[in-house]
Design a protein around this ligand. Structure first.
Ligand code: ATP
Ligand code: MG
Length: 227
């Protein structure tokens, strides 16, 4: 199966209908404040290397770990995620977490997806090398391990070897695989800092996202934001 996965009544990809086939769904969670080419390249690499049928990009509602700074409202982060993924038939933006009240826990999201799909749909939770180290400390890490396979993507500045050691020594039995992603030392914080300084976001995130940032004056941008 490839491309243009139809949506069901919940806005989720309609997968699993052929019981003789195994479907693979990637889930990339994040704050996506804003989404950038690092996220997109990592997800595309996962599609190719793991044979995923689709990747759900899941902007967090109220992220559990980012309560120290003002996070852009979910509706705007979802809109940018939708814009950035709209021209790729394998990518979908999901509202599942932005529509949920309270703090977002990955375990709850994965549970919702697991309950929704038959067993012939495998769930791959994709994270960068930094985030995968943290997973062992996440709320309900054990449940995450039961619900999904983990995919750790290399990320410049973060040691995948360290991630392997941390996960190996965890008492929780994670089913994890690692991906070599072409190095893109891009982060959302870097993009936000650039906007604050009036520097260009060109080639760091899709033009549609840059347009949205400018139109809505996100990250302290004025009309002068450089294209
Ligand atoms: P921030 O700088 O605000 O933390 P971020 O760039 O890390 O933003 P998040 O929304 O926190 O973006 O990340 C979502 C997921 O994407 C995490 O699993 C993170 O590790 C991964 N990720 C982010 N940037 C990259 C990148 N350049 N390469 C690979 N994975 C990445
Ligand atoms: Mg991050």
């Amino acid at each position: 199966m490839s491309g243009n996965v139809p949506l069901d009544e919940l806005g989720l990809p309609d997968l699993g209908s052929d019981p003789t086939h195994v479907y693979r769904m990637g889930v990339m969670g994040g704050t996506f404040d804003p989404i950038h080419n690092g996220h997109l390249v990592a997800a595309q690499q996962a599609v190719g290397d793991l044979g995923l049928d689709v990747v759900l990009f899941m902007p967090a509602g109220r992220p559990a770990f980012k309560q120290d700074r003002q996070v852009t409202r979910g509706e705007d982060r979802y809109a940018m995620t939708l814009l950035a993924t709209s021209d790729n038939p394998m990518f979908l933006a999901s509202r599942l977490e932005v529509d949920r009240e309270g703090i977002t826990y990955t375990a709850d999201t994965l549970q919702t997806l697991r309950d929704h799909y038959p067993d012939n749909v495998e769930i791959y939770f994709i994270t960068g090398a930094d985030a995968i180290i943290d997973i062992v400390t996440w709320h309900d890490a054990e449940r995450i391990a039961r619900l999904a396979k983990l995919v750790g993507a290399t990320r410049p500045g973060y040691d995948l070897g360290r991630a392997e050691r941390v996960l190996d020594s965890s008492p929780i039995d994670f089913d994890v695989r690692y991906l070599e992603v072409p190095a893109l030392a891009i982060s959302s914080s870097y993009l936000r800092r650039r906007v604050e300084r009036g520097q260009s976001l060109r080639y760091l995130t899709p033009d549609s996202v840059i347009g949205f940032v400018r139109k809505h004056h996100l990250y302290g941008s004025g009309d002068e934001i450089v294209a």
